[in-house]
Design a protein. Structure first.
Length: 261
């Protein structure tokens, strides 16, 4: 693991963080007069349903989460360097190290960008709880927001949980790209596989609708409040579990492939 960290292309990690930060701070470009009843909890990126920046951020999340480390496995496989690691450790441990570094870097990129956006709003607006009457314009309701009661009673905790969940999915996308990359010939195509999955789910979500228009696309349910659709905790958990299962199955398949290296 230490060797992989030392080989991590720091410029790609820095570039991913910069891209995520730029997109998250595009929200401030169109900043105009703010209503007196607003607070960070009603204006930060993940709760914002009125600007384009949050939509772009969550759609492109698979790309900047995968930039730092998700292609390392494919690069080392193509170069033959993986054969060297195979002589020093078990294939299972080697593969797990690649997955760990991909998940951690993906998690960090999104967590930093969302946290920076949230805490920037604390420098602009007062730390006051949202009110379901005064702030009814943001339309935080059970159909588009998970744990609505927590949002109104402990909005900071709700926001932090939202950041953690989005960062977890960012790491999951990075793992998805890592375990899939061995089966994609082109390195660029492999790096974009997470974004392809995101777009496919968005397209399917429009073609094959669930009851009550509940979305199963991460670009929708990773927001603290879904901007244009409804979300459901069971559906969100099922989609998360399915991607985790896919990554687990591909880990096993990759392991079999690498044993014969």
């Amino acid at each position: 693991m230490k060797v992989l960290w030392s080989r991590l292309a720091k410029r790609w990690l820095i570039l991913a963080i910069i891209i995520a930060l730029i997109i998250s701070f595009l929200q401030f470009v169109t900043l105009t007069k703010i209503p007196i009843e607003d607070s960070p909890y009603t204006r930060w990126l993940s709760i914002d349903s009125f600007n384009f920046a949050p939509i772009v951020f969550f759609i492109l999340l698979p790309i900047f989460s995968s930039l730092p480390a998700s292609i390392m496995l494919k690069e080392d496989y193509d170069s033959g360097l993986l054969y060297k690691w195979k002589l020093q450790k078990s294939i299972k441990q080697v593969l797990f190290d690649y997955i760990k570094i991909a998940f951690i870097t993906g998690f960090i990129v999104t967590a930093l960008a969302l946290s920076a956006n949230l805490f920037s709003w604390f420098m602009i607006l007062p730390n006051i709880k949202p009110d379901n009457l005064l702030n009814k314009n943001i339309l935080v309701i059970n159909f588009n927001t998970l744990f609505v009661s927590l949002y109104y009673t402990h909005p900071f905790i709700h926001a932090i949980l939202s950041i953690i969940f989005a960062a977890f999915w960012s790491g999951l996308f990075a793992v998805f790209v890592t375990v899939t990359s061995l089966w994609v010939k082109n390195k660029f195509a492999a790096a974009c596989s997470g974004l392809v999955l995101q777009i496919v789910l968005l397209l399917f979500n429009n073609l094959f609708k669930l009851p009550n228009l509940v979305s199963y696309a991460p670009a929708d349910f990773l927001h603290e409040t879904a901007p244009t659709t409804n979300i459901s905790l069971p559906v969100t958990m099922i989609v998360t579990l399915l991607l985790m299962i896919y990554c687990g199955v591909m880990f096993y398949i990759d392991q079999k492939k690498l044993i014969n290296l």
